[in-house]
Design a protein around this ligand. Structure first.
Ligand SMILES: Nc1nc2c(c(=O)[nH]1)N[C@H]1C(S)=C(S)[C@@H](COP(=O)(O)O)O[C@H]1N2
Ligand SMILES: [Mo]
Length: 213
């Protein structure tokens, strides 16, 4: 995988130094803005210095691993699935938050319902076209507000924001929301992803300030 090594190393150093940590937590979500975050109205772009170009015609999504019925969807099949909309807030570990993002796509629960995770499946590993991976616990992946989104505020997701399709996992810091998704792997074992092996927290709850692990 090719990525901007300097950028990754800089963020890794921030993690080691515990940068941005306020030491405050808000377990009951009394504030809409989690500790240490600041609100933005623009929409920053974060990636590893690579923005893969994925043609709709070639787009495939594999949903496999510890499941009864592995699946590969093309774009048409993906859009033929029940469509949903959810409005949620973004909280990036680099401190910006963005309110009221209206996402359109397919709920993660719909995909799980099709493939039927095996009893031992406890984790979900997200694989992206830029080589990025990230991990999430199955129970969290299945929350009602999680989706594989193809649109934002009614407009197709742009390439810089992960189009044609990306994950949205609003309850965790936004690094869990894999852009340019190509594979959703259900797994019995946890597999920490790109940032998780570089010092980021394995879960990433913004209200507990789980920036670093
Ligand atoms: N495939 C992939 N997904 C990714 C990333 C990435 O580098 N590659 N960066 C993550 C991080 S750190 C953040 S904050 C968000 C940024 O999404 P945005 O650019 O749409 O704001 O995407 C997440 N998903
Ligand atoms: Mo991020």
């Amino acid at each position: 995988m090719s990525f901007n090594r300097k950028l990754a190393e800089a963020k890794q150093a921030w993690a080691r130094a515990g940068r941005l940590l306020t030491g405050k937590i808000d377990p009951d979500h009394e504030m809409r803005l989690p500790p240490g975050q600041r609100l933005v109205t623009n929409w920053p772009v974060l990636d590893l210095g690579v923005q893969p170009h994925v043609e709709i015609a070639n787009w495939r999504l594999a949903v496999d691993g510890a499941v009864e019925h592995p699946l590969e969807l093309d774009w048409e099949a993906f859009l033929a699935l029940p469509q949903a909309e959810d409005v949620s807030d973004i909280h990036c570990v680099t401190q910006w938050s963005r309110y009221d993002n209206r996402w359109q796509g397919v709920k993660t629960g719909v995909l799980a319902g099709l493939v039927k995770p095996k009893p031992e499946a406890a984790h979900v590993i997200l694989h992206s076209h830029d080589g990025y991976t990230t991990n999430v616990e199955l129970a969290h992946f299945l929350e009602e507000d999680c989706l594989v989104a193809h649109s934002h505020d009614g407009m197709p997701l742009t390439r810089e924001h992960g189009g044609p399709a990306r994950l949205v996992i609003p309850r965790w810091y936004f690094w869990k929301s894999a852009k340019w998704i190509k594979r959703i792997e259900f797994s019995a074992v946890d597999k920490p992803g790109f940032w998780e092996v570089r010092g980021y927290h394995n879960i990433g709850d913004p209200w507990l300030e789980e920036r670093y692990g």
